[in-house]
Design a protein. Sequence first.
Length: 277
Amino acid sequence: MSPVLIYLLAVMVLPFGWAIYLSFTNKVVGVPAKFIGLGNYIELMKDSLFWKAAWNTLVFTLVAVIGKTVFGMVMALVLNEKIVCRNLFRVLLFLPWTIPTIVSVFTWQWIYSDVGGVLNFLLLKAGLVSQPVGWLATPELAMFSVILVNVWRGIPFMGIAILAGLQTLSKEMYEAAMLDGAGPVKRFLYMTLPSVKEVTVLAAVMTTIWTLNDFEIIWLLTRGGPSNGTQVLSTLSYTIGFLNMSLGKAIAIAILTMPPLIMLINFVTKRSLSSNE
């Protein structure tokens, strides 16, 4: 066990302990740290921007996870059926998860563009709008837009996880239910859903952890704007730490996001271990 313990101590415990210490200081890049106790945390509790970022994080995570779970379930159900070119569709639908984030985000940036963007082009041609829509120009539309990109990238993971659960279900059970007169809705509610509940919950919790920590999509699309409409805790921490050079305060933000993450990780760990017993 010694090599593992030494590795954990050097790579995880010591940096984490140093980060906690810095969160209790007024550390600024290029200036020696001075211990200020709970000063950073008290300042954050009084900062309206911090609470706005916390609310945005909650909205972003909740809506995105629900979207990924619902569409991931639909994707898994469709790909579990015997359809033409099923393997090809599986490959195509898994692509968003495999493409590098920066490539997919810049592609969506072009799609959303009000000058030559394909989404506005289609809406104008269909007569649904009279002028280009600024998808990233207002706080409400910008939040919807970044959530849509996050959902698009996350659906394949949910689909793969649920599809793996569906593959283990007995075909004879469904055939017996059909002979008893159970329709598609009843088979889904009383057979499919209970059978894949465990894997769906675990996948949803894992994608919640990833969504809470999502930084690249929002930063590359909006940088937290406009008017902090898409500012979440990860982008706020980056802005304060690397643009304003206030490392102590930035780390304090990261520390405050840890309790919900720890609870989620603990849930996944316990659920996984109990399923293996």
